[in-house]
Design a protein around this ligand. Structure first.
Ligand SMILES: NC(=O)C1=CN([C@@H]2O[C@H](COP(=O)(O)OP(=O)(O)OC[C@H]3O[C@@H](n4cnc5c(N)ncnc54)[C@H](OP(=O)(O)O)[C@@H]3O)[C@@H](O)[C@H]2O)[C@H](O)CC1
Ligand code: K
Length: 495
């Protein structure tokens, strides 16, 4: 599933127009596609209000109104901000009027069952003017089903922040900030703000309306199908060497549990062998929970001094590590190897030089990414896709920016948004499991990008499977020991 930035959409539209596919036809396709998605949500006796702005988002509303009226729905088409100003929207309004359909006057005392927001789309530039604010605020106070076209009015296409003023300090839903949709139907593809905060809270259920344009974007939503297709097959002749040895530098006397969780993530995700470089105390704890692991005792010290186990094909460092200085030295040593390296938690610090022989994957949560980039968490949350891409490109490494809709940005510009996961993952230890899974999948996949995508998707899917039976509140990171076999069974079974 493609995700498009506003600028990309404009380019695609221009290109289509140069190739003979007029904006008039695109708007016709948009209105027709919207009719097909929206009409099943309406009852014939419903009173539906379509509120149109002056741009092409408003034009989409005019076409939709025509189709709904032709199909016998009770629709009031209203221009609360005055009539359209773009050429294409005007053309469609002319055609609509020629079919003997009418435009209604804006009357805030009228009551509607359904309100369709075609006020502003990707042409929005904040701050919102007060005339739009008033209309949006009225909509949000009506007892009606609210449907937004392309994006809810008040939300920008590419950024997550809604109000450019001190008011925006309040991240919760504000009735006059943006149209609070029950459904949003995006044209051509999703826009980044669906996956950003606080904008994402205003979209409701989402779907895409295809308008006949060629799909190209290097920002995509991960799908389960792509995981089935790329998850490695295990042949019957496999032995423990076939799937490679993974190294996890994790755990300390202070934090043995993180290493246990990382080890569980790794051992349940396919690696042939697992070496845990850890402290004596942590090793005892790990051995009782993951007897399959072998150990490099005093692991962090030994690796930081340049002694690294042989024949490892993927490594990860960070969970449960307390000594930041030694962690950096160990990272320096691991970067000399020509293998993929995951850097997480205690090992994830600002560095001047991120250059490594093999691919580097960093897994910050927003707080850690704030430390790495010097930007506030709020700014990061509002621009997760853009900032992850920027960091990835600048330092030539893969960024897994964790949180709702984790972002995976690769240095070649390919970027993925992960749709799986829920608040069950917002617990200490779930990141440690992910690091273990990543290392293990890097050891078993031929393509490192597939390994990263699959680990992130499957990690979230475990939490989604958990809430089919249990509560998000009750999930803990140790549950992955049971969830991974179930979820991987599902993935392998679907191939
Ligand atoms: N390929 C596609 O996906 C297609 C999508 N279509 C639809 O077109 C819109 C984009 O249309 P555009 O005309 O570029 O822009 P908008 O309709 O979103 O908005 C322009 C109007 O919005 C006013 N505006 C902008 N910011 C504010 C604000 N902060 N407060 C109030 N008003 C604002 C602006 O007014 P000005 O007076 O400032 O100019 C414009 O009137 C896209 O989203 C889809 O819905 C096409 O139909 C087909 C191709
Ligand atoms: K809209």
């Amino acid at each position: 599933m493609y995700i498009h930035q506003a600028e990309q959409i404009k380019k695609i539209d221009n290109q289509a127009s140069e190739q003979g596919f007029s904006l008039f036809s695109l708007m016709e396709n948009a209105g027709r596609g919207l009719f097909e998605k929206i009409s099943p949500l309406l009852k014939k006796e419903n009173q539906t209000l379509i509120l149109c702005g002056r741009g092409n988002n408003g034009g989409d509303g005019v076409v939709l109104a025509r189709y709904l009226k032709q199909a016998g729905f009770h629709v009031s088409l209203v221009f609360p901000l005055s009539e359209p100003k773009t050429k294409t929207a005007k053309q469609h309004l002319d055609y609509y009027l020629q079919q003997d359909f009418t435009v209604e006057k804006w009357n805030t005392n009228d009551r509607y069952d359904v309100i369709i927001d075609c006020l502003l789309g990707i042409g929005t530039k904040l701050p919102l003017r007060s005339d739009v604010k008033n209309v949006v605020s009225w909509c949000n106070q009506q007892d009606a089903l609210r449907i937004a076209v392309d994006i809810p009015s008040g939300v920008q296409a590419d950024r997550g922040d809604l109000v450019v003023s001190e008011e925006s300090e309040q991240p919760n839903i504000q009735l006059n900030h943006a149209f609070l949709a029950d459904y949003t139907f995006s044209l051509h593809g999703y826009k980044p703000s669906i996956f950003l905060l606080p904008s994402g809270k205003y979209f409701g259920k989402t779907d895409v309306v295809s308008i006949g344009l060629k799909q190209t974007s290097n920002v995509n939503l991960l799908t389960e199908e792509s995981v089935w297709k790329t998850f490695p097959k295990r042949n019957d002749a496999a032995h423990k060497g076939t799937f490679g040895t993974s190294l996890l530098v994790a755990g300390s006397d202070e934090m043995p549990g993180s290493a246990v969780l990382a080890a569980i993530g790794a051992i349940r995700s396919g690696t042939g062998k697992l070496i845990m470089a850890t402290s004596h105390l942590a090793a005892t704890t790990i051995a009782s929970r993951v007897p399959e692991a072998t150990f490099m005792l005093n692991g962090l010290e030994t690796i930081s001094e340049g002694e690294v186990p042989e024949k490892i094909i993927a490594a990860g460092i960070g969970p449960g590590i307390a000594d930041i200085t030694k962690a950096q030295k160990a990272v320096d040593e691991l970067m000399k190897l020509d293998i993929p390296l995951v850097i997480d938690a205690g090992a994830l610090r600002e560095r001047k030089d991120w250059h490594a022989r093999g691919p580097v994957i960093i897994t910050p949560h927003p707080g850690e990414f704030s430390r790495l980039t010097g930007r506030s968490v709020k700014e990061i949350q509002a621009n997760r896709i853009k900032l992850a891409r920027k960091f990835s490109k600048k330092y030539d490494l893969a960024v897994v920016l964790k949180g709702k809709y984790s972002i995976i940005a690769f240095p070649n510009g390919e970027t993925f948004v992960n749709p799986t996961g829920n608040s069950g993952l917002a617990k200490g230890g779930s990141g440690d499991v992910l690091t273990g899974m990543l290392v293990s999948m890097l050891a078993t996949h031929d393509n490192y990008q597939d390994a990263v995508k699959n680990a992130v998707y499957i990690h979230g899917l475990c939490a989604d499977i958990w809430i089919e039976k249990y509560s998000e509140t009750s999930m803990v990171a140790s549950d992955f020991a049971q969830l991974l076999p179930e979820v991987l069974g599902k993935i392998e079974g679907n191939r």
